[in-house]
Write a protein that binds this ligand. Structure first.
Ligand code: PEP
Ligand code: MN
Length: 367
């Protein structure tokens, strides 16, 4: 349930309302939006009726029910306003969200050695990426496959961060490593295979770091949003959802089926920022550009793309990795699409307003 407050409601009145709700065993959450001030209610709200809440204060404009199993991640919980996830990187704050430029995240599947990670970081930064992704702990299907260099790879990510100023995205697989991973990562990745590792979700929910939650291999959108709900319920509102393809019947030509429709579907269901990973989504570098462009056109807020200086020699996911040159070319194409759909950025600035005016004058009939 949410309570929409009238504009000008005093802090004292909000405090009085929330105190009263707590005494009913309901957890109120104050949400200060750009349009409205809202109090989200979590708990056994089924026993409450809207008139009962309305009677609490003359400053209550509206009481609405969130008729979904997920509450805090629901779009209604913020009265239809999308949220942003602000991430501190060495040199700047980067915002993920619908009202911000598309954020590019790129790098190799695994951190292999210092030279390759620093070189890749420099190249993806030059192409326009704001974050370096690289795995230290790798969830591999085979126990005999390369498992990642673990803690020493975290150190190499820290070196690349220092050398470039890029933010770092890296995966945590085990709660036991969370502290170490969080000391290097600016965004902690929860991989597809751990999407429903509820104890891990609670642990990342209890720390103060943005979380990138990848969609489970066969997760429905509702299961995925419920997983995100765990993180928010544990106290961490900074969650980015990442569509990375799901298991369908055809594995002959693509590794997964990238669910592009998830982008507008999520947009209608949740306020959280949306990322797309066309690399794991297709499993083939040949198909990555088309799906990356489709994801931009569909309205995602961010992309995660695997880039390796020498894909043929990669220790994991080489076949789906772009070379830095291919990545650079793709960034240009994505930029053109994002500009077309009105997602401006520093590299693709909005044209000066007078240009629009001139254009309109040219079109206007002469009277
Ligand atoms: C990855 O990002 O390298 C990865 C293992 O992704 P996923 O969890 O989506 O398979
Ligand atoms: Mn990978």
């Amino acid at each position: 349930m949410i309570i929409v407050l009238k504009s000008g409601t005093s802090l004292g009145e909000i405090e009085r309302i929330t105190q009263e709700l707590r005494s009913w065993n309901i957890t109120p959450e104050k949400i200060v939006g750009k349009q409205k001030m809202v109090i989200g209610l979590v708990g056994d709200t089924a026993v409450l009726n809207t008139q009962q809440i309305q009677a609490l204060s003359p400053f209550i404009e509206q009481v609405l029910r969130v008729n979904k199993p997920f509450k805090r991640v629901a779009l209604e919980f913020r009265y239809g306003e999308s949220s942003e996830v602000l991430v501190a990187t060495p040199n700047e704050f980067i915002a993920f969200g619908q009202k911000h430029p598309i954020v590019q995240v790129a790098g190799p599947c695994s951190v292999e050695n210092e030279e390759m990670i620093v070189q890749t970081a420099k190249l993806v930064k030059a192409a326009g990426a704001k974050f370096l992704r690289g795995g230290a702990y790798k969830p591999r299907t085979s126990p005999y496959a390369f498992q990642g260099h673990g803690e020493s790879a975290l150190g190499l990510l820290a070196t690349a961060r220092e050398a470039t100023g890029l933010g770092i995205v890296t995966e945590v697989m085990d709660s036991a490593d969370l502290e170490k991973v969080a000391s290097v990562a600016d965004i902690i990745q929860i991989g597809a295979r751990n999407m429903q590792n509820f104890s891990l979700l609670k642990r990342v929910g209890a720390i103060n770091k943005p979380v990138l939650l990848k969609r489970g291999l066969s997760a429905t959108i509702e299961e995925w949003l419920m997983a995100a709900e765990y993180i928010l319920a544990a106290g961490n509102p900074n969650v980015i959802l990442c569509e990375r393809g799901i298991r369908t019947f055809d594995r002959q030509y693509t590794r997964n089926t990238l669910d592009i429709a998830a982008v507008p579907v999520l947009r209608s269901l949740t306020h959280l920022p949306i990322m797309v990973d066309p690399s794991h989504g297709t499993g083939s570098s040949e198909y990555v550009p088309a799906m990356a462009m489709a994801a931009v056109a569909a309205g995602c807020d961010s992309l995660m793309i695997e880039v390796h200086p020498n894909p043929a020699k990669a220790l994991s996911d080489g076949p789906q990795s772009l070379t830095p040159e291919q990545y650079e070319e793709l960034i240009q194409k994505m930029g053109a699409i994002s500009r077309t759909i009105g997602r401006w950025s520093k590299s693709y600035p909005r044209p000066p307003v007078q240009d629009d005016a001139i254009h309109l004058r040219e079109l206007a009939p002469i009277v």
